[in-house]
Write a protein that binds this ligand. Structure first.
Ligand code: ZN
Length: 341
């Protein structure tokens, strides 16, 4: 699936985003202020340059005139986040000594080097304090990951369209919620850890598979994308296959191991196909006549409704939110179109 339908995005932007931003902006402001107030504690190593960098970047996060103002980050679109990242690289970089070489903290290979270099680890820790994702998932905030996931109300994983991603809150008990994927990984972009368009409720498998891989927007679909997903399931030569009309669809599927995941559902696809191929056109006509004759409310079901009842056909607009909805839609669409149209 990979892309949330436009009408769902409209609902999310209208109903979820405003509450999220109010709560998160408050959290981030506190985070930056406390990170700035604790520079002496956070930056334990004796490095004036590093302390100055923390002060400068922290103050810029708080400055509404700055191009990295925190409210701009939390509400930035995926493309805008990448523009902000370019600005960070250009204007807010800081070089540290790594094995005798000067290397920048914002670098495209991420912060892996931070494990070995204390200055880098400290710089990363400072950014994590400014954008305190740990508070968002701590269960101690009034508005947190549970509230966000509940409001998002995405019950099937956006990435695989297979696993359920329910949120259960009973009274004050926060029981179950989906995992939260950072589209641009948190390990490389700690300053985007709470950006609205960078967090995506996802199932455990997809979150694990995607891991810390960097997603280039020109090669990978973003869940809030304007593009249409050009991926289609087909039943061909007694096998479930996936067709890609665009390179970006193939790259996205490769990133999420979609073919491996859907191999596990080949048996389900086979049963769907067997059922759909078991009857001829007359069967639908006969069932329609009987069902409409015996309906207690006197309402007449259309041919589409009858087909839907018999085969559990999922219309395109209902694929999102139906486990394996796309699989059912695509393979049934092919067979039923040939059989009944
Ligand atoms: Zn998934």
């Amino acid at each position: 699936m990979y892309i949330i339908p436009r009408e769902e995005i409209n609902r999310i932007e209208l109903e979820v985003k405003p509450d999220y931003l109010i709560a998160i902006n408050k959290l981030v402001k506190q985070g930056i202020e406390s990170a700035l107030g604790e520079i002496g504690i956070t930056v334990q190593i004796n490095n004036d340059e590093l302390q100055n960098w923390c002060r400068q970047i922290g103050s810029s996060f708080l400055d509404s005139e700055s191009d990295i103002y925190y409210e701009k980050i939390t509400e930035a679109s995926p493309c805008q986040l990448m523009e902000i990242y370019d600005k960070l690289k250009r204007n807010y970089n800081f070089a540290v000594n790594i094995r005798g070489k000067r290397e920048n903290v914002f670098k495209d290979d991420g912060w892996n080097r931070a494990r070995r270099v204390e200055e880098l680890a400290t710089a990363k820790k400072f950014l994590e304090k400014c954008f305190p994702y740990n508070r968002f998932v701590s269960k101690e905030e009034e508005y947190d990951a549970y509230e966000y996931c509940k409001q998002m109300d995405i019950t099937v994983c956006v990435y695989c369209n297979a696993q359920l991603t329910h949120t259960v809150i009973r009274g004050k008990q926060k029981k179950i919620r989906p995992q939260i994927d950072h589209f641009f990984p948190q390990s490389r972009f700690p300053m985007f850890a709470l950006a609205f368009y960078n967090i995506v409720p996802a199932c455990q498998n997809c979150n694990y598979i995607k891991g810390n891989k960097y997603c280039d927007l020109s090669k990978i679909y973003h869940p809030y994308d304007d593009r249409q997903s050009e991926l289609r399931f087909v039943w061909n030569s007694r096998k479930l296959q996936i067709r890609y009309n665009k390179v970006v669809a193939r790259c996205t599927a490769e990133l999420f191991h979609t073919e491996d995941i859907y191999n596990m559902y080949e048996g389900i696809a086979e049963k769907i196909v067997e059922k759909a191929q078991s009857y001829n056109k007359q069967y639908i006509e006969d069932v329609m006549e009987i069902m409409n004759k015996h309906r207690l409310d006197g309402e007449k079901l259309s041919k589409d409704e009858i087909i839907r009842n018999i085969y559990d056909y999922v219309p395109r607009e209902e694929c999102f939110g139906t486990p394996l909805g796309e699989l059912r839609h695509d393979i049934l669409d092919d067979i039923l179109r040939k059989a009944y149209c």
